[in-house]
Design a protein around this ligand. Structure first.
Ligand code: S3P
Length: 164
């Protein structure tokens, strides 16, 4: 069994930030799937979408999941928001869902801007994407944490779950 800690959740739920803090607390390292793709292909995810399209991106994500499953152990993995739709994340380890309301997502995305988020056309389309995905995230999770809480609380809750 693959014993990684796999953070899943919608865009803007804080997977990378929480993953980094959790990895520090656990004295291990974070693997961020979007970063790995950008590093290996020397391209921003948004440019990858523009140049090669979503289907190619999903194919790449599937091969990355398989690579992680075979090669990575004892690590924290923060995943792209669409990965659980195309791959069973339980294959890679203990799955934690960062649960967040759509209103909160909207606020964060407005603050960050949408220029680097190729899956967003407008907020109406984003809301239906959120509704389509939320049950998939919940069903896949071994543990669900409220991601609107403070960052330290989120990390503590996940840590206690893992140690408990
Ligand atoms: C996507 C989420 C992004 C990135 C890509 C597609 C999605 O990752 O993988 O833009 O389909 O939800 P984040 O969830 O880290 O923003």
């Amino acid at each position: 069994m693959c014993n990684n800690i796999v953070l899943i959740g919608f865009m803007g739920s804080g997977k990378t930030t929480i993953g980094r803090m959790l990895a520090n607390k656990l004295n291990n390292f974070l693997i961020d799937t979007d970063d790995i793709i950008e590093l290996n292909y020397d391209i921003k995810i948004s440019d990858f979408f523009q140049k090669f399209g979503e289907i190619k991106f999903r194919e790449l994500e599937i091969s990355l999941c398989k690579w992680i499953k075979t090669n990575i152990k004892n690590s924290v993995i923060s995943t792209g928001g669409g990965m659980p739709i195309i791959y069973n994340m339980r294959d890679m380890g203990n799955v934690i869902y960062l649960d967040i309301t759509f209103e909160e997502i909207q606020k964060r995305i407005i603050n960050d801007g949408i220029q680097n988020r190729p899956m967003i056309k407008d907020f109406k389309q984003l809301h239906s994407l959120y509704n389509e995905r939320i049950q998939i995230y919940k069903n896949m999770a071994h543990y669900i944490v409220n991601a609107s809480d403070s960052k330290n609380n989120i990390v503590d809750k996940i840590y206690n779950y893992l140690k408990g």
